[in-house]
Design a binder for this molecule. Structure first.
Ligand SMILES: Nc1ncnc2c1ncn2[C@@H]1O[C@H](COP(=O)(O)OP(=O)(O)OP(=O)(O)O)[C@@H](O)[C@H]1O
Ligand SMILES: [Mg+2]
Length: 400
């Protein structure tokens, strides 16, 4: 069993002009948005022209990147003065409703677009359909790529409940619009009046009645108008989704799976890795985020605990008297100093145990996926909410 992971060389990936798209995926809350932003910044600092497509960044991070509005357009992010190269960074937040609207506007004449946009069924589909956000992220990625304005696009993905909703979304949307229920519902509008009567006679009316009773006549009419209007642009929709899907399979794309060294996140990361390989998507590696470290790693947990025990046996009273700050003056009775030292040692032992547990988890991931390169990002003392914090993450990725 091999448990030593190959090292993921992030700078080489960022510097390679053939890398055109980086997709950060992973389960909820593991640091996808942070990693995507940090990679984008680092690539720009190293001379690339980058756009970062973020999904739902924390408000402070968004603000610090100049993203105050959800306007669905990439905004320039000022690079720190000491950035060496002449790269550039743009960032945008994905507004899924706006992206959906733009597709409708771009693919139908103004009257029809207005009709669709005003349709309540469309409105609820575009903002709440499960997978819409993932689908729109794909759509936006395709759009950004087609403009050819950036030489690197870094994509953050929505928090997915299941592995790679992102990849499934286009198909799910197609399946939904292609679905039998939708077909039945729209049959009358598609076929026109006369045929409609025939269908009704063939018992279709009964079904429509049932559906009408369940979902309401107005909703049914909405669905019918919506899908009828949508029909014309539907082919284009699916084609573009398939194009983007294929684009993701090309060698210019690099998927990075982000995970924290915790059982759930790493289990999800395993699914991601397997799914990416099934779909023949190019996986660049695993970013292990929020890894704990200790400045005194040579003092083992066991020795630290033993020392704490010797200084202050576990049964001894916990409350410690005030401690003198100067060991040389006065006589800070050893006994009054010990409780503090003992708790520091116990804290250190806990930290060392956590580090060991994290290492075991990482090793079992690597044992299951020996070929997957890994880069580690240490847990920062506080949340990452500005360019300085992002820069620090970038630096640690290099040093990883
Ligand atoms: N290495 C780190 N050290 C400390 N805090 C971190 C680190 N990485 C991320 N964070 C913090 O963890 C929180 C979650 O990070 P982030 O928003 O990037 O996760 P996410 O995977 O995008 O979450 P979601 O799935 O909700 O979109 C943020 O508050 C972020 O500042
Ligand atoms: Mg996020």
């Amino acid at each position: 069993m091999t448990d030593k992971a190959p090292r993921l060389d992030v700078d080489r990936l960022l510097d390679d002009p053939r890398t055109r798209i980086i997709v950060c995926c992973g389960s909820g809350g593991v640091g996808k948005t942070t990693t995507a932003a940090a990679l984008g910044l680092r690539a720009a600092e190293r001379g690339r022209h980058v756009v970062v497509l973020t999904v739902d960044p924390a408000r402070r991070l968004a603000q610090s990147m100049g993203l105050s509005k959800l306007d669905n357009t990439p905004r320039p992010v000022p690079l720190p003065d000491d950035a060496q190269a002449d790269g550039s960074l743009h960032a945008m937040m994905l507004d899924m409703k706006r992206t959906f609207d733009e597709i409708v506007e771009g693919h139908s004449d103004p009257d029809r677009a207005e009709q669709i946009l005003a349709n309540p069924f469309y409105q609820s589909l575009s903002s709440s359909f499960a997978g819409t956000q993932e689908y729109m992220a794909m759509e936006k990625l395709g759009q950004l790529r087609r403009t050819d304005q950036w030489d690197l696009i870094v994509v953050d993905t929505p928090p997915s409940r299941s592995a790679l909703d992102f990849l499934d979304a286009p198909q799910r949307l197609s399946r939904f619009l292609d679905g039998r229920l939708i077909k039945l519902l729209t049959a009358p509008t598609r076929a026109g009046g006369r045929a409609y009567l025939k269908v009704v006679n063939a018992g279709f009316g009964m079904l429509t009645n049932v559906v009408t009773r369940v979902i309401g006549a107005q909703v049914l009419r909405d669905v019918q108008t919506f899908v009828a209007a949508f029909d014309t642009m539907f082919g284009g929709f699916r084609e573009r989704a398939e194009d983007t899907y294929r684009l993701l399979q090309t060698p210019g794309t690099a998927f990075l799976v982000v995970a924290t060294p915790e059982p759930d996140a790493l289990r999800e990361a395993s699914y991601f890795v397997e799914r990416l390989s099934q779909d023949r998507m190019p996986l660049a590696g695993l970013i292990l985020n929020r890894v704990h470290r200790s400045p005194a790693a040579r003092l083992s947990a066991a020795r630290s605990l033993a020392a704490a025990e010797a200084l202050q046996p576990a049964g001894a009273p916990a409350g410690s008297p005030p401690v003198s700050h100067n060991g040389n003056t006065g006589e800070p009775a050893e006994a009054t100093r010990y409780p503090l030292v003992a708790s520091a040692l116990r804290l250190h032992a806990e930290r060392m145990q956590l580090i060991a547990a994290e290492r075991r988890l990482a090793q079992s991931f690597t044992a299951a996926h020996p070929g997957v390169p890994v880069a580690k990002v240490p847990a920062q003392p506080e949340d990452v909410h500005d360019l300085i914090g992002l820069h620090a993450i970038g630096e640690s990725l290099r040093a990883s």
